[in-house]
Design a protein around this ligand. Structure first.
Ligand code: NAD
Ligand code: UDP
Length: 318
């Protein structure tokens, strides 16, 4: 049965991929975004679709919607460290906390199921490896990543309080690094930086010694698990780790991308930003058992698709 679905953060990387998939399945989609890091071009193909509506809105503020709503995906929040640090730190906490309250109130009013895009950042600098959902994390509450990490942690706590106190039907996923088409070339995260640098024959910027690890999930796999989680039985709240457990050092990633793209880029070393986690790998047993999901697209294939996308994007910019 098709549904009416709100996607906050819908002009961003994950949100726009999600909107496309939901529309392709016949749903009505209301996309909400203030375009802080999102781009209208990400939803160009949807703007004239009869089942698609875009509302320019900052979720820090109350949102009134007249339609009946079945589901809300709450994805609005800057996600790239350079986008949430510095001048946007307070806005990021407000988006995570006030935004969560506003969307949870909307879910309560409409009797809708609401999914929160949480993050592996709730684990901070993890002291156990790989990370499972029982682990409570090791976050610096006063560091430069805290606006994001603590904002997302507070949002999770709000989701569970609305579940317990108000009976709202909630779903929480913790997303590990995800990449792919519709990322902004200027986003600042590692996969987009390295590919754009390699395609432009610019230096590849390794922060720190490059031995820190991340696990990279291709966007199509992530969208699949988000939708499975949203449509899982009522009462299955999560949190559920979502990501690809393949783990790579940042140096390995740079070398892979250089090899694929070719060109004349050199590796250069830059200072490691504060509180940058040393290692990250999700334990995805819960997603496997409860959602019958595991990623299908491994890093090499995903990078090829993403290099192809950025190659076209950069041509359009020039
Ligand atoms: P993104 O920056 O491309 O998208 C975020 C979107 O939220 C943007 O369109 C931005 O304009 C919008 N937004 C930000 N603040 C807003 C506000 N106050 N009101 C309305 N819109 C606002 O990032 P993304 O990678 O697509 O991330 C989407 C969500 O997934 C975020 O909540 C992020 O924390 C979460 N997440 C992503 C990853 C990942 O690797 N991509 C990992 C963990 C969690
Ligand atoms: N990184 C890097 N060079 C870049 C961008 C990022 O070496 O140009 C590193 C960053 O310091 C971190 C890892 O790559 O250790 C992943 O960074 P990203 O911003 O993608 O996401 P994070 O997992 O840190 O939120």
């Amino acid at each position: 049965m098709t549904k009416t679905i709100v996607v906050t953060g819908g002009t961003g990387f994950l949100g726009s991929n999600l909107c496309e998939r939901l529309i392709s399945e016949g749903n009505t989609v209301i996309c909400v975004d203030n375009n802080y890091t999102g781009r209208l071009e990400n939803i160009n193909s949807l703007l004239n679709h009869p089942n698609f509506r875009f509302i320019e809105h900052d979720i820090i503020n109350y949102l009134k919607i007249d339609n009946n709503i079945d589901q809300i995906y709450n994805l609005a929040c800057p996600a790239s460290p350079p986008a949430y640090q510095g001048k946007a730190a307070i806005m990021t906490t407000k988006t995570s906390v006030f935004g969560a309250i506003n969307m949870l109130e909307l879910a309560k009013e409409k009797n809708a199921t609401i999914l929160q895009a949480s993050t592996s950042e709730v684990y901070g600098e993890p002291l156990i490896h790989p990370q499972d959902e029982e682990y409570r994390g090791n976050v610096n509450p006063i560091g430069i990543r805290a606006c994001y990490d603590e904002g997302k942690r507070c949002a999770e706590s709000l989701f569970f309080d609305y579940y317990r106190e108000e009976g709202v039907d909630i779903k929480v996923i913790r997303i590990f690094n995800t990449y792919g088409p519709k990322m902004d070339p200027k986003d600042g995260r590692v996969v987009s930086n390295f590919i754009c640098q390699a395609l432009s024959n610019e230096d590849i910027t390794i922060y720190g010694d490059g031995l820190q690890t991340r696990s990279f999930c291709y966007v199509d796999d992530l969208i699949e698990v988000i939708i499975r989680m949203m449509n899982s039985p009522t009462g299955f709240t999560g949190p559920v780790n979502t990501g690809n457990p393949g783990e790579f050092t940042i140096l390995e990633l740079a070398q892979k991308i250089l090899l694929k793209v070719g060109g004349t880029s050199k590796l250069v070393y830059k200072p490691l930003p504060g509180d940058d986690p040393t290692q990250r790998r999700p334990n995805i047993s819960l997603a496997k058992n409860k959602l019958n999901w595991e990623p299908k697209i491994q890093l090499d294939e995903g990078l090829d698709k993403t290099i192809n996308y950025f190659s076209n994007e950069l041509k359009n910019i020039k």
